[in-house]
Ligand binder design. Sequence first.
Ligand code: NAG
Ligand code: NAG
Ligand code: NAG
Ligand code: NAG
Ligand code: NAG
Ligand code: NAG
Ligand code: NAG
Length: 380
Amino acid sequence: MLPAHSITATVLACAAFSVAPVAATTYSMVKEYYGSSFFNEWTFYNYYDNLTNGDVNYVSAQNATAYQLAYVDSSTNHAIIKVDNTSTVVYNNKRNSVRITSNDSFAVGSLWVADMYHVPYGCSVWPAWWSQAPLWPQGGEIDTFEGINTNTQNQMSLHTESGCMAVSQNQTSTLVTSTNCSYASNEDQGCIVTDPSTSSYGAGFASSGGGAFVTEMASTGISIWFFPRAQIPSSLSSNGSTIDTSTFGIPVANWPSTGCNVSQYFQPQNLIFDITLCGGTWFTADGVTWNATCSGICYNNWVMGSGSDYNDAYFEVGYVRVFSTQGTNTVVPSGGTTASSGSSPTTSPTSSNSAVALPHDGVWMAATVLALVGFFSSAL
Ligand SMILES: *[C@@H]1O[C@H](CO)[C@@H](O)[C@H](O)[C@H]1NC(C)=O
Ligand SMILES: *[C@@H]1O[C@H](CO)[C@@H](O)[C@H](O)[C@H]1NC(C)=O
Ligand SMILES: *[C@@H]1O[C@H](CO)[C@@H](O)[C@H](O)[C@H]1NC(C)=O
Ligand SMILES: *[C@@H]1O[C@H](CO)[C@@H](O)[C@H](O)[C@H]1NC(C)=O
Ligand SMILES: *[C@@H]1O[C@H](CO)[C@@H](O)[C@H](O)[C@H]1NC(C)=O
Ligand SMILES: *[C@@H]1O[C@H](CO)[C@@H](O)[C@H](O)[C@H]1NC(C)=O
Ligand SMILES: *[C@@H]1O[C@H](CO)[C@@H](O)[C@H](O)[C@H]1NC(C)=O
């Protein structure tokens, strides 16, 4: 016969195993960016690219509309985010492009889906669909989608303070470039996982009709799924208000909390679309990447001149939807105190979010107690 404390431990372990994973993988929709209102709740950068030193001017919302660089195609209801492909750029000038950041941010316990039909590609083109906290690197960064030039595969990564590592990754990709997520390691390349699928970027993405990127930022770990259009699970394509990630299969990239304490290294994330040209370490410090698929000098031979090199440099987005762990609301409205508080990295969402999370914790506790009662009843 087992000593009493072992029985209790066993029952607790069983209860946690059978209850917690179900609760943690079901999410309810809390935010949608779609159709004619797609661009309403984003901030346009409205300055030249002083962030990655690309050769672009990120335009204002007003000019993005005026120049048709960010608009909703009324025939499809898809949002277009693009590089200027109609102007001639003369030496020393930059080309117009777009960088937008969501006004709201989304705390640990969030999941976001971006359904896209086309992503920007071509020599000198460097797009990303990603997120970061206002305090960087303390609040972390998740790169769900990042491509460059005429590469054929999506590159995913986390960037954090030191102490976050990719370990025991339960993912379909075997292409792991680096495992130390610290911004101070490997020239801030982050902990990179590459998607083996050539439908995950560039011309291959477009010819498959695009697909859906899912980013889960759970306290148990961060996961990314990519589904080419023909393989989007019905739970996503049916537009249900809840989704259950346990139906998605193994993610293409995964960073479990065993190696990276998500609640410690990640604060509420603002979602970002951007497209820059040249710039950054991928071009200037790593000529190997440029030379692998492109030729000439990035600015002189590509950015300068007519815009005809940029006919494929656009995002076509069906929708962006954000979900919260069922029973919670992880939306941190713009101006919310959490994101800019400057307090310790372990700060959790605003107190109102913690409050709405309580019913969920309550359900979990009740289930644990019931399991305990049930076990002892049958044992007696
Ligand atoms: C970029 O320019 C903006 C606007 O002047 C400024 O607020 C910001 O600090 C600059 N960022 C960097 C990294 O230089
Ligand atoms: C729009 O673009 C024009 C021409 O580049 C520039 O002069 C103007 O300041 C821009 N307006 C805004 C609101 O950004
Ligand atoms: C990860 O990189 C950081 C910054 O260089 C370093 O301090 C830390 O020791 C590295 N972690 C491991 C496990 O190598
Ligand atoms: C799901 O929503 C998208 C737009 O957000 C729409 O195009 C599509 O038809 C919807 N699908 C279903 C099954 O309702
Ligand atoms: C990996 O994830 C799958 C699907 O989520 C799960 O069934 C499996 O048990 C996990 N494997 C490990 C070793 O954690
Ligand atoms: C890239 O190609 C250019 C032109 O052929 C060459 O000068 C340069 O050394 C190459 N850079 C690297 C890192 O291979
Ligand atoms: C610019 O690119 C779009 C596709 O993104 C294309 O429809 C359009 O014809 C291009 N404009 C010019 C002037 O080539």
